[in-house]
Design a protein around this ligand. Structure first.
Ligand code: HEC
Length: 137
């Protein structure tokens, strides 16, 4: 029984999903790309960081970034390969980071020395989710 007045300790399901995705990806298990995991990761500020810059569909307004384009309807503008390219090889003039590159980075934080921001499987999951966003705002 929790003490009276104590906060319930359940974590949000989206965070659990994102953590599961990252743990699975880090454990090297190959899995089919899963849009539900991609959706959870996209909204997870600490892991994917997408929401620091982008407005993310379905998240509360105060958690959404406004430095980058709205991703709603992205699949009506870009093919899955083009979406993936944005994550792996973004325009060097853009503040959007590469999620897979480990070399040629400008002053990467120590956390990201010789390691990509996200494992390949997590990138696949995010692309699988973004590919479902066909309705423009
Ligand atoms: C530091 C800020 C920043 C972060 C973090 C970031 N982005 Fe971006 N992103 C941008 C900016 C700015 C643009 C627009 C310029 C460009 O196309 O590079 C952009 C463009 C894009 C585009 C192309 C959008 C279009 O309409 O053409 C996609 C797709 C995208 N980002 C996905 C993501 C995803 C998915 C993540 C997280 C895994 C992410 N971004 C993280 C800043 C960011």
């Amino acid at each position: 029984m929790p003490k009276p007045g104590s906060m319930p300790s359940r974590r949000k399901p989206s965070v659990d999903l994102a953590m599961t995705a990252v743990l699975l990806a880090l454990s090297g298990q190959s899995q089919a790309a899963d849009p539900a995991r991609g959706r959870a990761l996209l909204a997870e500020r600490q892991t994917s960081q997408c929401a620091l810059c982008h407005p993310i569909p379905g998240t509360p307004a105060y958690l959404q970034g406004d430095l980058a384009p709205d991703l709603r309807g992205i699949a009506s503008r870009l093919s899955p390969a083009e979406i993936r390219h944005h994550l792996t090889d973004p325009d060097p003039a853009s503040i959007m980071p590469s999620y897979s590159r480990t070399s040629g980075l400008i002053n990467p934080g120590r956390l990201y020395l010789n390691r990509p921001i996200l494992p390949e499987a997590a990138i696949d999951d995010i692309v699988a989710y973004l590919t479902t966003l066909t309705d423009p705002p």
